[in-house]
Design a protein around this ligand. Structure first.
Ligand code: PLP
Length: 343
């Protein structure tokens, strides 16, 4: 059995949770007519989650309003994050720590993009303690960092794992904002395209189902993975969102559509499709996508349009989750004719 809720009822559930104010909201909802025309496809609208304001924006700013509120509630004083050297989340962890007067530790890794550029440069600027161990030692380095901080009397909070469920909750909220904007403009999208790490996707699906909408979400994975297993784990995440919000809503694997076909050789590796998508969005609309997430999501949308999934009479909503500072560490991989040495 599933109950249908009004936006006000969902808002009331969200209002019961602790929340920080970090993002510039609402983010814009814009149309991309020249991009639509250039791919001969449906109307494309974009929800600009890259414009959440703080420290070059992105979806983590919205997510952290709920997830790092959990750190504040628990009396934590250090925000830790471990991921790729050019991680957007590491950059936002450092920025939010600065904003909250906390210490930040980034346990990155000496990967192919660990030059002091883009996100990594910004993490340094925000005053984070940055470590770049060899890729194979990152897990151990993270554990050692957490243990050292605890031994020093700190209360560390890992922004990936601790409070992670609340990142999706933030996108239940984000979907309410989006839905109000769509209604205001009389738009009924045939599908929502979103980078399917997990939380942005699951939060929006939970909100849509709670509102009783059959809206289709097409998730594009930034990492190689088994799509069936991803759908199962995301359905479990969605169930946790429902539990936290006390919602009588069932989300099954049938509600979670996620494709890893556009990753290419690996996470963070530019593909022909993502290169084309990055250039096309920039050259038709002045919109900057990123090499790890939204470039691949847009590559997926373009490929689906070309495969006949969507036609000019239809409307697609693309969620721009941010990530643009990473571009500056990818100069040599964007297929641009740069004067002099790239990269
Ligand atoms: C982190 C990230 C994602 C995935 O985030 P989820 O929280 O898993 O939804 C997507 N896009 C960008 C640009 C990101 O930085």
């Amino acid at each position: 059995m599933t109950t249908t809720y009004t936006p006000e009822e969902l808002r009331e559930r969200l209002d019961r949770l602790p929340r920080l104010r970090l993002a510039a909201l609402p983010t814009p909802l814009d149309e991309l007519p020249r991009l639509s025309e250039s791919v001969g496809g449906p109307r494309i609208w974009v929800k600009r989650e890259d414009l959440t304001g703080l420290a070059f924006g992105g979806n983590k700013v919205r997510e952290f309003e709920y997830s790092i509120a959990q750190a504040v509630e628990a009396g934590c004083d250090v925000l830790v994050h471990a991921a790729a050297a050019q991680s957007n989340q590491s950059r936002q962890t450092a920025a939010v720590a600065a904003r909250l007067g906390m210490k930040a530790v980034q346990v990155g890794r000496a990967d192919a993009h660990s030059q002091a550029q883009g996100n990594l440069l910004l993490s340094h600027l925000f005053g984070a303690e940055v470590h770049l161990p060899p890729v194979s030692e990152q897990g151990a380095a993270l554990e050692a960092t957490m243990a050292r901080l605890r031994a020093q009397g700190h209360r560390p909070f890992n922004t990936s794992s601790d409070g992670g469920l609340y990142r999706g909750i933030a996108y239940v909220d984000g979907f309410l904002e989006l839905w109000a904007q769509l209604e205001e403009r009389g738009l009924q999208p045939d599908a929502v395209y979103v980078c399917s790490g997990a939380h942005t996707h699951t939060g929006m699906v939970v909100a849509a189902r709670a509102l009783g909408l059959s809206l289709r979400f097409v998730g594009i994975s930034p990492s190689p993975r088994d799509d069936g297993e991803a759908a199962r784990s995301m359905a479990r995440l969605a169930a946790e969102h429902c539990r936290i919000l006390d919602l009588d809503v069932e989300v099954t694997t049938r509600d979670i559509e996620s494709y890893s076909d556009f990753v290419g050789p690996g996470y963070g590796v530019v593909t022909d499709g993502s290169r084309e998508a990055l250039q096309l969005a920039a050259r038709t609309e002045g919109v900057v996508l990123d090499p790890c997430y939204t470039g691949k999501t847009m590559a997926g949308l373009i490929a689906h349009v070309r495969a006949g999934w969507w036609t000019p009479g239809q409307t697609i909503l693309f969620v721009h989750t941010g990530g643009t500072p990473a571009l500056f560490a990818y100069a040599g991989e964007l297929g641009l004719e740069l004067d002099g040495a790239a990269g």
